[in-house]
Structures are given as C-alpha cells and as structure tokens.
Design a protein around this ligand. Structure first.
Ligand code: PMV
Length: 308
C-alpha cells in the first residue's frame, strides 16, 4: 500500500495580473486531498469503476504516468470543490506522487511540471500556480522574472513561470463562497480585451504586480496590517479590471469589519472571497449571516507528502 496527499491553495495577490506576466502569490491551505493505492485486479476508485468525468484528473495522471497493473484507489478530500481552493491541482499532484512512489519517486520540480501538464490537458488552459502550491506547501511567488529563492521554472502556452518560495508565518483566513459559479476562461478573456483598449486597466495590472512584490515582504515579516491593506488595494484594482461582483463586494465589505483586509480570490465574477483576520469566528459568523458558505483555513506548511 502507498499513500500521498497534497494541500489546496488560495491566491492571496495577483490573480489576473499573472496572466500578463506580473507576479502573484498563492499559499497552501490546511485542507488536503489524500489518495491511497494498492495493486488490485481491476482499476477502482472508492470501491467502483472510475467515472470518466468525476475522476478526470486521476485518469489523466494515470494515462501519462502509470504503466503498472490495476490499482485499487481510495480518496478522501477536505478541499471543497469549485470554491477556488485548488482541489483539482491537489488531486493531480497527490495522484502523481502516489503513482511515482511505486517506482521512482518524482522530485518536487518534476511533480510540479507533471501536475501542470495534467491540469493543462484536462482544462485546456492553466497557470502553474495551483499545482506548484500543492507541491511546495507554504506559499509561492510566481513571476515571469527569475529571482531569489527560485524553486523551479515551468514553460507552457508561450510563457515561462518562475516559481519562488515565500516565507509565511502561520495565519488564519476565512473564505466566503458567493455560491455564484463563474468560469475562469471568459473572465480572463474579458480582462485581456479591457486591458487592450483601456489604459486605466493596463495600469491596474502593473499596480497589482507591485502589490504582489510588496505583499511578499509583508507576509515574510508577519505584518498582517500591511498585508491586509495590500489585499484591500488589490481588490480595488480587481474591481477596475471588472472581475468583482456585487455579492463579492457585499461579503468583502462585511468581512472588513473584523479583518485586516479582504479581497476576491481566484478568477472572481462570483466564486470566493478571502479575509485575513485574527477573529476568524466573528468574520465567519458575519459572512454566514448574509448567506455565504464559509471555510476557515490556516496556512499549511506541508506540500505534497508520500507515505510508502
Ligand atoms: O480560479 P482559480 O483559483 O484557478 O484562479 C484563476 C487565476 C487567474 O489568474 C484568473 C487565471 C490563471 O490561470 O492564473
């Protein structure tokens, strides 16, 4: 028997701007996906034959990274689906780590590369933020420029992403889901069109890059006041890029009553917001009271783990 697990993620700074080569910061969260495998007589996942839709990340990982016999796989997940918490990346990375543990275990850079390819093949487009966070844990700074504390570099879709380590003291966050499901692709395309015709939007993309750079320093120092201010400023710029939503704005305003800062996280247009707070219970209650589905998460030091 072998087992592997990987954490979910949150984007703290830089979503959308990262598509234009600006830096972004993502952190691992204390909700993990786990998978166990034993040799069996036919491939099963959680006691049944695999479902081509539900298990597409596991099946894609097996298609390219498994030439052994049938496996009996068992999964467990504490990462909510479709909440912008990186569940598909954790599934891809944990599955790849499990499969490689049966022969030659992949090192983190190879897992990050393979995880990115699995997401790319399943989704058609992806940045390596989610999968690299699932591999590394803690937090990462993704940039088109190479800097200090480089972990690995990943090429795809005409881009090169340099993935760097970020020091992150322990912190608590509250995630509020709007319940509005928005699709990343059209939102990214909308931002591209806006940036092409509107100088203010183009300037917002650059300003978000500066916020990610400052945010990296504020996080490393555990300066939550500064981090919260930067989150608020990042949100304003995301509004300029027209990816917020009235329900997100409402949750963010409510959370800010007891938070250092709050912003949307991920693609926006609905989806989820995140608040940095030292009163997580109060913020969670306040958000629930106005209809949000709430997840309380902490920073997660551990990236992908294998237990042989
Ligand atoms: O929705 P998420 O959490 O996968 O984040 C999307 C982030 C974007 O910057 C909008 C797109 C990307 O691929 O980086």
């Amino acid at each position: 028997m072998a087992a592997a697990s990987a954490p979910g993620k949150l984007i703290l700074f830089g979503e959308h701007a990262v598509v234009f080569g600006e830096p972004a910061i993502a952190m691992a969260v204390s909700a993990r996906f786990g998978i166990e495998g034993t040799p069996g007589s036919a491939l099963t996942i959680d006691g049944a034959p695999p479902d081509p839709e539900r298990h597409r990340y596991i099946l894609k990982a097996m298609e390219h990274h498994w030439d052994g016999g049938p496996l009996t796989l068992t999964t467990r997940s504490a990462i909510p689906d479709s909440a912008g918490l990186g569940s598909s990346a954790a599934v891809s990375v944990a599955t790849l780590a499990l499969l490689s543990s049966f022969s030659t275990p992949k090192e983190p850079p190879a897992l990050a590369e393979a995880g990115y390819r699995v997401e790319l093949q399943v989704q058609g487009r992806a940045s390596p933020i989610d999968t690299s966070t699932a591999v590394h844990g803690q937090a990462i700074f993704v940039d088109s420029r190479r800097g200090d504390d480089l972990l690995w570099s990943i090429e795809g879709l005409g881009n090169v992403w340099h993935v760097h380590h970020v020091d992150l003291p322990e912190l608590s966050l509250v995630v509020g889901e709007t319940g509005i499901h928005a699709h990343t692709g059209p939102l990214v395309d909308g931002v591209r069109r806006l940036v092409e015709r509107d100088a203010e939007a183009a300037a917002a993309v650059e300003a978000i890059g500066d916020i990610s750079r400052e945010g990296r320093l504020a996080l490393a120092e555990g300066d939550w006041v500064r981090t919260g201010e930067l989150m608020d400023r990042n949100q304003k710029l995301l509004e300029t890029l027209q990816v917020s939503h009235p329900t997100l704005d409402k949750l963010i305003a409510k959370a800010r009553e007891h938070a250092y800062g709050a912003k949307l996280t991920g693609a926006g247009g609905g989806g989820s917001m995140v608040a940095l707070t030292d009163q997580p219970e109060t913020v969670a209650d306040d958000l629930r009271a106005i209809g949000a589905h709430v997840h309380m998460v902490r920073s997660e030091p551990l990236g992908v783990q294998v237990e042989a």
